[in-house]
Design a protein around this ligand. Structure first.
Ligand SMILES: [Mg+2]
Length: 142
């Protein structure tokens, strides 16, 4: 079946700059819900993070604690890919089309791509403002 890799900083947890190796940001709700759904479906989900380099016990414990608190279970933690990794969700990844060297974003019209970037920021700001509104409850499902 293979496993799904999920990056931590900026993907599963908010990242606004480095604070400490054991300080992990607040959960990105939509991504956390996606991971919970995968786990409920029996999928093998693993945290892929550079923080796991060196396998420092205090760092691994901080990540495990974060997973327990926000996902409800501990997940395997690694900083390595292997042949069974079928997907990697990562805010720094650029998807390429197999055997071509082509980036997926190169197929998007530059005007459309710029529009997505600009509007994406506007939409994120609007969503964040909306979330702060009194009485708003976030959707718990993906
Ligand atoms: Mg990241």
């Amino acid at each position: 079946m293979g496993w799904i890799g999920v990056d931590l900083d900026g993907t599963l947890a908010e990242y606004h700059g480095w604070l400490d190796k054991t300080v992990i940001g607040t959960p990105v709700k939509r991504m956390v819900n996606r991971v919970k759904k995968w786990l409920a479906e029996g999928k093998d989900v693993r945290i892929v993070t550079a923080r796991a380099g060196g396998r420092k016990p205090e760092v691994l414990q901080a990540i495990t604690d974060w997973c327990l608190e926000h996902i409800g279970q501990a997940l395997p933690i690694t900083n390595e890919k292997d042949y069974d990794m079928v997907e990697l969700w990562d805010d720094r990844a650029v998807q390429v089309i197999t055997n071509t060297g082509d980036a997926v974003h190169e197929y998007l019209d530059p005007v459309v791509l710029n529009h997505i970037k600009v509007c994406g920021r506007v939409v994120v700001k609007a969503i964040n403002s909306f979330r702060k509104m009194e009485g708003f409850h976030e959707k718990d499902n993906d």
